[in-house]
Design a protein around this ligand. Structure first.
Ligand code: ZN
Length: 250
């Protein structure tokens, strides 16, 4: 393990353009449960009831969706960044951070102090809400207040359109501009660091694949194995915050 950490430190030192790719395993150490883990919020709901099509077509489905989304939001709103998030901030401070591509919707990279323009939230964020008709944006907190007052599926105060949290749902298209941007950076980086993602959710997982195919070095730190392990320069199946913290020496 010590040798791997040293090797990682060296690789980060030599890199000029680092793409950091993050998943749920990064946030579990900030107390946010992985929604796919046993006993998670997800188990209480039937995913087919929560698809984007159902959300659009059915008032009852929208109510269930908001109920679930609020449960997620409650676990995330007061979470604080851990040592891994702070390590990524340090990589930015070193002038080496090209971009963060995150599957997380918890805003922890923002809270860690990374520049918003360096953060690509490919699965969106739970912290804002949009009208699907006119595009008007709302702060999540304001909508939570509405929900607490008894409204079960809020609508737009400008046009009465359907409001939805800015997360990507099942069956909803990935934001094309963000994927395009992330793919472009993947072709440009010289080091890709995967943190807390098992790299099974596509198209998100295609980002590190693309980086590696374009010649970037690849570091994977994740509790479990990933399909990309065999092609990586360094693989560590340990705590993300501990290992990355040691690699960037914070
Ligand atoms: Zn509207």
């Amino acid at each position: 393990m010590d040798t791997l950490v040293e090797k990682g430190t060296q690789m980060i030192r030599e890199a000029q353009k680092v793409l950091v790719f993050t998943g749920a395993g990064l946030s579990t150490e900030s107390g946010i449960p992985d929604f796919r883990s046993p006993g998670g919020v997800w188990e209480k709901y039937d995913p087919s009831e929560l698809s984007f099509d159902r959300f659009l077509s059915n008032e009852k489905a929208r109510e269930t969706y908001w109920q679930m989304s609020t449960e997620f939001y409650e676990t995330m709103k007061d979470a604080i960044p851990n040592r891994a998030h702070l390590s990524i901030k340090k990589i930015e401070d070193m002038g080496k951070l090209l971009t963060i591509v995150t599957q997380n919707v918890d805003r922890l990279h923002h809270k860690a102090g990374n520049s918003p323009e360096k953060i690509i939230e490919i699965h969106g964020t739970l912290f804002s809400v949009s009208c699907l008709n006119c595009g008007k944006k709302y702060e999540r907190e304001a909508i939570e207040t509405l929900l607490k007052s008894g409204i079960k599926a809020p609508s737009c105060d400008d046009c009465s359109g359907i409001l939805k949290p800015d997360t990507v749902s099942f069956g909803q298209a990935m934001p094309e501009d963000k994927m395009r941007q992330a793919t472009m950076y993947a072709g440009e980086c010289d080091l890709c660091i995967v943190l807390g993602s098992s790299l099974v959710v596509y198209p998100a997982a295609s980002i590190p694949v693309h980086a590696s195919q374009n010649g970037a070095k690849l570091i994977i730190i994740n509790r479990d194995e990933t399909p990309l392990d065999s092609g990586a320069d360094i693989v560590v199946h340990e705590s993300v915050s501990e290992v990355l913290g040691q690699m960037v020496e914070i």
